[in-house]
Ligand binder design. Structure first.
Ligand SMILES: Nc1ncnc2c1ncn2[C@@H]1O[C@H](COP(=O)(O)OP(=O)(O)OP(=O)(O)O)[C@@H](O)[C@H]1O
Length: 236
């Protein structure tokens, strides 16, 4: 039985007279990676910002169920990696990880170098300032923050877009390992990534969430998703 669940109930959000989320309800469970798919402007980032408490929903709730007990979500329950990385540009990668570890002491903590090895940031690069990093390297450093803290809920907003093929495969494997302890929700437009990595696909369309059941048993995966997202009732 799954120990940890995140339950969203009827979350609504409008900006002025634009209704973006019209009653999102869904239960996400530990042990799964969920792929959140939706057209541009469907409201994926808005939903993540609400869960991360960067933004307040107009109505609706989201709660955690731990071993059958329900409680509010605490900020430390959630880690989010954004498309745009907010990293301190004038620290080196090494200094950033060291600083981050001071703030977030972990049991069985690895050394700074061991963490940087996990995301394959090489010896020379780790002592350069982050400002000089490529966007893929910056993404890897951002992903390291959730790898270190392993929060109960991990929200990944287009995390692997700038990461090269080899690093992408390594990071995918890392998230596969993290999912046994966490609920992972991955927003992506990369259908191949969603198919490879996710256990369940969730569509955000017309301001509502729905599950795409048994997507692996469908032969024409891409065609099916494109059709689902382009039907007339789309949010756009
Ligand atoms: N702070 C804001 N103020 C006004 N409108 C906003 C705000 N944040 C988002 N929106 C609007 O809400 C809608 C959903 O935006 P959001 O960024 O959540 O979509 P998305 O699904 O993440 O899109 P994409 O795939 O393009 O990143 C868009 O029309 C956007 O312009």
């Amino acid at each position: 039985m799954n120990r940890l669940k995140l339950e969203l109930r009827d979350i609504q959000k409008s900006f002025g007279n634009q209704s973006v989320l019209k009653g999102c309800s869904y239960t996400f469970e530990q042990g799964n990676i969920y792929g959140l798919l939706g057209r541009n402007g469907a409201g994926k980032t808005t939903l993540f910002n609400i869960l991360y408490e960067e933004m307040k929903q107009d109505s609706g709730t989201f709660t955690l169920h731990i071993d059958g007990k329900e409680r509010a979500v605490d900020p430390e329950d959630i880690g989010m990696v954004f498309t745009d990385n907010y990293l301190p540009e004038f620290l080196t990668g090494y200094e950033f990880v060291s600083f981050f570890l001071d703030l977030h002491k972990q049991e069985n903590q690895l050394s700074v170098d061991e963490y940087l090895d996990i995301v394959s940031i090489d010896e020379e690069s780790r002592h350069r300032i982050i400002k000089t990093y490529s966007s893929g390297m910056q993404s890897k450093l951002s992903l390291l923050t959730v790898i270190i803290t392993q929060p109960k809920i991990i929200l990944l907003d287009e995390p692997l877009t700038a990461v090269d093929v080899v690093s992408g495969i390594e990071l995918k494997q890392l998230f596969m390992n993290l999912k046994s302890e966490s609920i992972i929700i991955l927003s992506t437009h990369m259908l191949q990534l969603a198919e490879d990595m996710c256990d369940e696909l969730v569509l955000l369309k017309g301001g509502l969430l729905s599950s795409m059941e048994d997507f692996r048993s469908e032969e024409q995966f891409e065609k099916q998703i494109i059709q689902a997202l382009s039907e007339e009732s789309s949010a756009l």
